[in-house]
Design a protein around this ligand. Structure first.
Ligand SMILES: Nc1ncnc2c1ncn2[C@@H]1O[C@H](COP(=O)(O)OP(=O)(O)OP(=O)(O)O)[C@@H](O)[C@H]1O
Ligand SMILES: [Mg+2]
Length: 250
């Protein structure tokens, strides 16, 4: 088992106030690591640190290090890092253009493809990866805005796959989706871990238990516990974890 990501002695601050402390977390290659925890526990801050999205926020600062394949991400070129570590937000919105153009937008912008035949390949592969190809292959040139919410969410997954990342960060990808759409997104995540390393932030404890190989519990800016998902849900080591997963929290 190879560590894709390693986080060491991480502390994150907004306006110099510490909102997250993670002494150590590793993410194993090709696993799904679920992160659960109530609002304001630092889950999104954690993800935004891993692809340096928070570098754009001048109120944000950090101590500690994050390694991707053993290399410090804070020494990397930001554009390269973002290509390798893609992020899907809660309720992402497609661009107001066709399904096809949505997918090739980033690869074109990044100069990864020019030829139409190469673009066709990327579109098909990305849509297959996001378990969407069969549903929409006959209407690639229609507006993405006409898709259902669940399809739009999977289209946004396809857009990430189109830049061929190594790690995908999902921030509550199913909030606002119905159970059937949620199940489809979960299926595609399980499919995707064969090729990618995935971190899934979810406020749905059941979702974490369904798809996570391991699960981490964050509470008020602290990593309380991390373990194999089965173990964390059946025999949690900390009382706070038990209270949260049994719904007794708060
Ligand atoms: N841009 C920001 N500026 C100032 N404070 C922020 C900013 N973003 C987050 N915070 C604060 O940092 C803490 C952690 O927030 P974060 O968004 O990481 O939590 P979360 O676990 O993702 O919560 P939720 O479940 O509501 O999405 C919170 O107290 C929040 O108010
Ligand atoms: Mg959040």
């Amino acid at each position: 088992m190879v560590d894709k990501i390693k986080v060491e002695n991480l502390s994150c601050y907004y306006n110099k106030k510490c909102v997250l402390e993670v002494p150590y977390i590793n993410v194993v290659q090709n696993e799904i690591l679920s992160i659960i925890g109530p609002a304001n526990s630092g889950k999104t801050t954690f993800l935004r640190t891993l692809n340096r999205m928070n570098d754009l926020d001048i109120t944000y600062s950090r101590k500690g290090e994050v390694y991707l394949d053993g290399k410090n991400i804070f020494d990397m070129n930001m554009e390269n890092l973002r290509k390798r570590v893609g992020m899907l937000f809660a309720m992402p919105i497609p661009l107001p253009m066709s399904i096809y153009e949505n997918i090739v937008y980033a690869p074109k912008h990044l100069g990864l493809v020019t030829r139409k035949s190469d673009q066709d390949v990327i579109v098909e592969q990305a849509l297959k990866g996001a378990s969407l190809w069969n549903e929409i292959k006959d209407r690639l040139n229609t507006s993405a805005m006409k898709m259902s919410g669940g399809q739009q969410q999977r289209l946004c997954i396809a857009r990430i796959l189109a830049i061929n990342p190594e790690v995908i960060l999902f921030d509550e990808p199913c909030s606002g989706l119905d159970p059937i759409s949620t199940a489809k997104v979960e299926e595609s995540m399980i499919e995707l871990k064969q090729k990618y390393t995935i971190i899934l932030v979810t406020n749905n404890v059941k979702q974490a238990s369904r798809v996570g190989d391991r699960t981490a519990f964050f509470l008020m800016g602290k990593l309380v516990e991390i373990d194999k998902t089965d173990k964390l849900f059946v025999t949690p080591q900390k009382k706070e974890t038990e209270d949260y997963i049994t719904g007794r929290f708060g």
